[in-house]
Design a protein around this ligand. Sequence first.
Ligand code: AHM
Ligand code: MG
Length: 306
Amino acid sequence: MAVPFTAYLFQQGIDDELILLLNEIASATKEIAGKVRKAGLLGVLGSAGKTNVQGEEVQKLDELANEILLENLKNCGKVCQLTSEEVEDCLIVSESGYSVAFDPLDGSSNIDVNVSIGTIFSIHRDSVMRRGREQVAAGYVIYGPSTMLVMSLGNGVVGFTLDPESGNFLLSHPEIRMPEKGKIYSINEANRDKWTSGRLRKFIDFLKENKYTQRYVGSMVADVHRTLLKGGIFIYPADRKNTNGKLRLLYEAKPMAFLVEQAGGLSSTGSEDILDVVPKELHQRVPVILGSRWEVEKCLEFMKEN
Ligand code: AHM
Ligand code: MG
């Protein structure tokens, strides 16, 4: 019998506060998974008719997922600060404890078309405004054909699959290690002419010449999940429209970079390791390059060439 999530946490020698907090995240995401599964029947598809702090259109399910996470985490008694993609300011809950940054429902453009979406979370002691290397835990839940919770406590990466019968997350991937080199690149190539780095175009051409194939879901959780399991490279670069890239440091780039590096891969903004970036703003964006060591190193070599 596969190990249930809570039993796994008790085996890790982490403090009870963190166990409780991670359990809260697991139960909130199970609730979100339930809504996602029945979205077309619950009348929660489509736009909520407003834009968020970042000027992006908010979907009804974005809002619902955000409320579920905020409610669970505010009331668990272990959290001092909460930061969400959907909320402008950091919510101060208490003086000390853990801080959580989350993207309640990543991949918003895929909600209405029944394509994988997810929740991403990053946990620090006290403040989220810390370098990614200092995360005590990070992970995501992918709402795909299976619902999976993938997480790192800083000692490798593990994956749990939600068992619909028992309603438990069960350990299905006890050790996720990325291949050193893959065969897939993942980037929104429609933006090619807008990328600010011409050298990135050369790198993508190099991958094509070397028989790589392309996969791009447009949900970071799904694209990173595949990259973790199959290797290769995922890139969301700076372009003329998004001069620092599109993805947010605190609840997209930093937790995913932590997972990738814990699984033996690499991450970079193009100029430094994502895990070394010191956050300056809550909703700060950074260019993201992450994946297998071989491809990320090769990409950085190309980016440095004149
Ligand atoms: P979201 O948090 O509003 O859903 O936006 C983030 C998403 C990522 O999941 C994905 O990697 C990216 O946006 C896709 O953007 P694009 O459609 O520009 O390729
Ligand atoms: Mg997102």
